[in-house]
Design a protein around this ligand. Structure first.
Ligand code: PXP
Length: 262
């Protein structure tokens, strides 16, 4: 039976991560390309949300980008942040639609792993409480790991974003034995999270080649994709890259669960 877009196992949202528009801008210390312009274009191309990560070292997105995004875009903003007092204050000042709590290390090139929530459960529970009270949808970025997911359910986090980098990276390196193992973990942990009442998202390292198996998992309700789409925009334009990704997501959903996309 076809599911309707409004049902829990239906429509799959696409969030565009615009960090690397800012990376290109900052490489020259110029005022362009402008992440807000990319966000506005993404809306026209069919993205459902915008993700931006304000890192402690401000290597890409800056405080004024967050001001501009909050003031100018029509799409919901997913504010990615480390669990620090500074970021909590900024999030509480803006109260974006969503916040996603990620681990952050200054020396890393990108977010390398999920948050070790199981080890830091009480602190993160206290940390997210005011954000939830302020009305932000809080998600926690986690590895596909049972301990971490059970921990998220215990602290009442409404959403988990599963780190699909291990699956995507193994696939792109041609290590299909590893990518199969990682995909099975993702599949069973998406099911567990859903059964525990968590809304399940996925992100990191997704490309045209890896999106369909992930999009076919019916428990997943949102994908956050950045690096590949911003890179692909060099060749085909951002509008076309987003539309193609959106098309692959819809195709996967239709083939897997017969969802009717409105
Ligand atoms: N989700 C989270 C939590 C992330 O940290 C990132 C990378 O900033 C992404 C999604 C997007 O990953 P990518 O840029 O590899 O598509």
């Amino acid at each position: 039976m076809a599911l309707l877009a409004s049902e829990p196992l239906g429509y799959l949202r696409l969030g565009l991560n615009i960090d690397h528009v800012a990376t290109v801008r900052n490489a020259r210390g110029s005022t362009y390309p402008d992440p807000t312009r990319a966000a506005l274009l993404a809306q026209a191309a069919g993205a459902d949300g915008i993700t931006a990560h304000l890192r402690e070292d401000r290597r890409h997105i800056t405080d004024s980008d967050i001001d501009a995004l909050m003031a100018n875009i029509g799409l919901p903003l997913n504010f990615e942040m480390a669990a620090t007092d500074e970021m909590q204050k900024i999030a509480l000042r803006h109260t974006p639609h969503a916040v996603c709590i990620v681990p952050e290390k200054r020396e890393e090139l990108t977010t390398e792993g999920g948050l070790d929530l199981a080890r830091d459960e009480n602190r993160i529970a206290d940390f997210i409480a005011p954000l939830r009270e302020a009305g932000c949808r809080v998600s926690i970025f986690l590895a596909s790991d049972q301990r971490q997911i059970e921990s998220a359910a215990r602290i009442g986090a409404p959403v988990v974003e599963l780190h699909v980098g291990p699956y995507c990276d193994a696939h792109h390196e041609g290590d299909f034995a590893k990518s199969d193992v990682e995909f099975e973990k993702l599949k069973s942990m998406a099911q567990l999270a859903y059964e525990l009442g968590l809304e399940v998202h996925a992100g990191h390292g997704i490309t045209y080649d890896t999106v369909k198996p992930i999009a076919a998992l019916p428990e997943i309700m949102e994908l956050n994709i950045g690096h590949f789409l911003i890179g692909e925009a060099i060749f085909s334009g951002l509008d076309s890259a987003i539309r193609r990704m959106r098309g692959l997501m819809d195709e996967a959903r239709r083939e897997a669960i017969g969802v009717t996309v409105a």
